[in-house]
Design a protein. Structure first.
Length: 276
């Protein structure tokens, strides 16, 4: 990986192994509790063998020992899947803490069992929210990071193939490229929205080192994680009356959660640039 790689908090947890990719200022770090995975850089058109299904003996093992962070777009998709308000979803299914590197609030799935740390959405038949599963579930066994040039802001994707000894998916005969995996797993909208989060984190790290003040933390949580409350405050309380947003875009955001999230990113970005 090149310097200045900005990685989405990305979990790949499986059975006894539980590790995540974390965001630091200029590098990817891997934290794990038991063993190091085999991590191999891989290009878009490089083929690899992998398949996951109920026919694979380790099926559902990756849904235990959970330490899974959710991006704002992950939450958006899940609340619509479950027909819950954002506030109710956060209360029922997540825990929150402050990211030690960024100062931003971080949301993680709340396991359903204190010992097995099992995902609340896994069933014996598999994932009960599969069409709207988080990006970290979709991308496995790949890891993704992006680097951004300081001069132009241009971004470049980087991928790695993760191989863990307990995962039998790598022993299956199905072959695909990174490019086809991204397409088949429906990752494009997740990557697009998650890269907006990376831009926010990059701006914060560049312009405002150290902890965030309480007002910015509340703004971040409201605009990116608690979309239903954000919508109420916009359209019933005039929250964005002093923020320049196209009227047509704002009108569409009444019903379009993705547009509302994009407005939230723009609002946070403006606030960071203003206070820095």
């Amino acid at each position: 990986m090149t310097p200045f790689v900005k990685s989405i908090l990305h979990r790949c947890n499986t059975g006894p192994l539980n590790f995540r990719f974390g965001l630091t200022c200029d590098r990817i770090i891997i934290q794990n509790t038991h063993m190091e995975p085999d991590i191999t850089p891989i290009t878009h058109d490089k083929a690899f063998c992998f398949a996951c299904s109920p026919c694979v003996a380790c099926f559902n093992e990756c849904c235990r020992d959970l330490n899974q962070f959710l991006t704002p777009y992950d939450i958006l998709r899940l609340i619509n899947r479950l027909a819950l308000t954002s506030n109710r979803f956060l209360e029922m299914y997540t825990t929150q803490h402050t990211g030690p590197e960024t100062g931003f609030p971080v949301v993680a799935l709340k396991p359903v069992h204190a010992v097995t740390l099992q995902c609340p959405f896994v069933r014996s038949s598999g994932c009960s929210v599969y069409p709207d599963r988080p990006s970290s579930c979709r991308i496995y066994p790949l890891a993704r990071a992006i680097s951004r040039t300081r001069e132009t802001g241009e971004t470049t994707e980087h991928f790695a193939l993760l191989k863990e000894s307990h995962c039998l998916g790598h022993k299956q005969e199905k072959t695909q490229t990174v490019r086809s995996w991204i397409e088949n797993q429906g990752l494009a909208p997740y990557n697009e929205q998650n890269d907006r989060l990376l831009e926010i984190i990059s701006i914060k790290n560049r312009l405002k080192a150290g902890p965030l003040d309480f007002a910015l933390v509340r703004m971040f949580h409201l605009a990116l994680y608690d979309l239903d409350t954000f919508r109420i405050k916009i359209f019933k309380e005039g929250l964005l009356s002093d923020f320049a947003v196209e009227t047509a875009l704002l009108t569409r955001a009444r019903q379009d959660d993705t547009l509302l999230l994009q407005i939230g990113y723009a609002w946070i970005k403006s606030a960071l640039l203003t206070v820095s």
